[in-house]
Ligand binder design. Sequence first.
Ligand code: ZN
Length: 211
Amino acid sequence: MKKILYIITTISFFMSSCNIAKFSTPEKEIINKKYENKIMPLMLVSNKLDSTILYSKSKKFKVSKRDKKLEKLVSHMYETCNDKTNPGVGIASPQVGINKRIIWVQRFDKEEEPFEVYFNIEIIKFYPAKSEGWEACLSVPGYRGIVNRSDSIIIKYDNYKKHDIIETVRGFTSVIFQHEIDHLEGVLYTDRIFDKTKLYSDKEYEKTFNK
Ligand code: ZN
């Protein structure tokens, strides 16, 4: 009886340990560091080493409420995106050096426009109707550009409570999702601008549009 109990305990421990996100050693080092005001340094496309992370595909992971590292990373990503000196409307984990599928998005389509976090997110459908719109990126400072994106998408994601949640998102909020999920695929918005006359430095933008 004791032996059976031991086996059951071992199996359940093994199963619960599977639910903990497996961060790599360099990722754990990044998460474990202390950051002033919880603001993490951003990976920049202008830096060679950062670029290798930005251009890598991010992996899915097991979501667990008990994973303290995940909890810390999620809260630090939020503060980094809401840095008053350099704010964004969304952030993806590769932008802070972590190639796992985690994004924060500001939900302009919801009342009070809250920031929400999404795990293991992917786009399962792009509707054919597309529009052009301005985009910028915390990892590509000093630039903005016009990107053609789907008006509506269907996303699939996990949160702390549920798995495989399906949702349709429309309008500007869907553009933010597409931009952030691109980061998880190792794609930057600048890669989607094939006509380079649609990419402006801040100075060129000021000159062209704010005469
Ligand atoms: Zn970005």
